[in-house]
Design a protein around this ligand. Structure first.
Ligand SMILES: [Zn+2]
Ligand SMILES: [Zn+2]
Length: 223
């Protein structure tokens, strides 16, 4: 058993680099292996052609891991790269990139003299007894502390729910429709997938704006 595991580990150090693209009905034979390697030293075993794969920082990845790499550029990854199969950092990265400009504008509408916007990179929070949580935060701050804040979060233990917060309050726990469809075994066309994603980020943003702009009932956020 130990010998088998050791051989597996050696194979993982010398991964195949070319094979058939794994996208349905693609068939391109010189697809490139995703370059992702997680904190346990495991390589992503998927192969993608240039049309169905993606790149991040000049290297080829599957789409999920390209989003993970993009999301984590500038982040503290001293804990190591997220587990291969975990969707949390990629989902936080994608959602926060989609919402970024609109969240900045929403918060800046409430800026006061002396306040400024601080945008954190995607970060991991590890607390004992709790799920590892990936999140990104936008904060309007002044010398007294945080005036207003928006955050998107995904827990590794429930990596299909996007939690949105305004100030310290959770305002939504949303299951992205494309994840729900995939769970039900429905394949989405690229157009339907793009529509779903646009609808989802627009809906999240509207709910965030509603709460951010409802200034008189939102509690001031202090830490
Ligand atoms: Zn392909
Ligand atoms: Zn991958």
């Amino acid at each position: 058993m130990f010998r088998r595991r050791a051989r597996g580990a050696r194979e993982e150090r010398r991964p195949l680099t070319r094979d058939t693209c794994m996208a349905a009905a693609c068939g391109v034979s010189d697809a490139v292996r995703c370059g992702y390697r997680d904190r346990r030293g495991r390589h992503c075993a998927t192969f993608w052609c240039s049309q169905h794969g993606s790149t991040a920082l000049g290297r080829a990845y599957c789409r999920r891991h390209a989003t993970t790499i993009d999301a984590l550029s500038g982040a503290d990854v001293s804990e190591g790269m997220p587990d291969l199969e975990n969707r949390a950092p990629s989902l936080v990265g994608w959602v926060s990139r989609e919402l970024d400009q609109a969240v900045r504008l929403a918060l800046l509408r409430h800026s006061t003299p002396g306040s400024r916007l601080v945008v954190d990179p995607v970060r991991l929070t590890v607390r004992s007894g709790m799920d590892r949580r990936w999140h990104r935060r936008w904060k309007l701050v002044d010398h007294t502390g945080i005036l207003r804040g928006v955050a998107v979060e995904v827990d590794e233990g429930d990596d299909s729910r996007v939690v949105t917060r305004v100030d310290s309050q959770v305002i939504g726990r949303s299951l992205p429709p494309w994840i729900e469809q995939r769970r039900r075994g429905h394949a989405l066309t690229p157009e339907a997938d793009a529509d779903n994603r646009r609808w989802f980020s627009d809906t999240l943003m509207r709910s965030i704006e509603l709460v951010v702009d409802r200034e008189e009932v939102a509690p001031r956020y202090r830490r």
